[in-house]
Ligand binder design. Structure first.
Ligand code: DAK
Length: 260
């Protein structure tokens, strides 16, 4: 149900394509495992410099698979939930720029998957939300954690308490998505958003991502220390040497990076 594909027109951009159309890409056990595998693949491949999460035109992901989950016991859910959280965490930790290209529904676990990307591009007809409350439960893969960190606690509580679907334009107004484009342009707009980083200093981009994400999880002092250590670490890269030498010799913005 999940493939890692190269974007033919944008070398260095990999697409994690979720493709379970009969269930609107609902995350069953297999899809979840395959997403974790895809995240590991793109993380480990040095030729991949940016990643797009895409579910096709009708749905990004309509949530965890309700039919598979419905009859689980408490003990079974403890195992199931670990796999789902681990898969989404693997996506959030991909050490490269990641964008979610959202066409159609991004609900429940689908919205939570999109929250694991660095950026979200939505089609005008997209619908996002955390409808779990209507099933008698709460979000289980970041909706109570990543969502309030992104849009603030009151807006997150509005979405989680009500379970309502948010249209793309409102999602942009509250910061849940970054760009809204015509539906037929979602994929290309998402690719364009990350393709510009493909020739960037990959180690510095990974450090920037990790420093921001880890820093948001801790107090300011610890965050600043993470930043200082990552900053210093970059002085062991070829790109730092090339970047600063280029500035000194040719002025700003002319460096060519090798990604090491
Ligand atoms: N699960 C299973 N099947 C789903 C599904 C889902 N989430 N969403 C859609 N489908 C299936 C439908 O049952 C239908 O299957 P057939 O009847 O054709 O066999 C097919 O996809 C097409 O759906 P519809 O016929 O309903 O299509 P519509 O256009 O009429 O409606 C819809 C689209 C997205 C509005 C509607 O399907 C819908 O409301 N879907 C459910 C959305 C939802 O409630 N999502 C949240 C699910 S709960 C956890 C972490 C995370 C989670 C849980 C645990 N652990 C770490 C603890 C996450 C939970 C969730 O995501």
């Amino acid at each position: 149900f999940v493939r890692v594909e190269a974007d033919p027109e944008n070398p260095g951009v990999a697409v994690i394509r979720i493709d379970r159309p009969k269930a609107l890409n609902a995350l069953n056990g297999t899809v979840t495992r395959e997403i974790a595998e895809a995240a590991a693949t793109v993380s480990a491949d040095p030729s991949v410099r940016a990643v797009v999460l895409y579910g096709g035109e009708r749905a990004f992901v309509a949530g965890a698979d309700i039919k598979e989950m419905a009859d689980l016991t408490h003990a079974e859910m403890l195992e199931y939930s670990r796999a789902l959280q681990n898969a989404l965490t693997a996506v959030a930790r991909i050490p490269k720029p990641v964008v979610a290209a959202i066409s159609g529904y991004a609900l429940g676990g689908g919205c939570e998957l999109a929250l694991c990307a660095d950026f979200r591009v939505a089609g005008a007809k997209a619908r996002l939300g955390q409808p779990e409350i209507q099933l008698g439960v709460i979000p289980g893969a970041g909706g109570t954690q990543r969502l309030p960190r992104l849009i603030g606690p009151a807006r997150a509580k509005d979405l989680v308490f009500s379970g309502r679907h948010v249209r793309a334009e409102e999602a942009r107004e509250i910061g849940l998505v970054d760009r809204v484009v015509p539906d037929e342009e979602v994929y290309t707009a998402a690719v364009a958003l990350v393709a510009k980083y493909v020739d960037g200093p990959a180690v510095a981009l990974a450090a920037a991502k990790e420093t921001i994400d880890r820093g948001l999880e801790t107090d300011l002092d610890t965050g600043l220390e993470i930043e200082r250590l990552h900053f210093s670490g970059l002085f062991s890269t070829e790109d730092q040497k090339a970047g600063m030498r280029s500035f000194v010799e040719e002025g700003p913005g002319k460096a060519t990076f090798v990604g090491r």
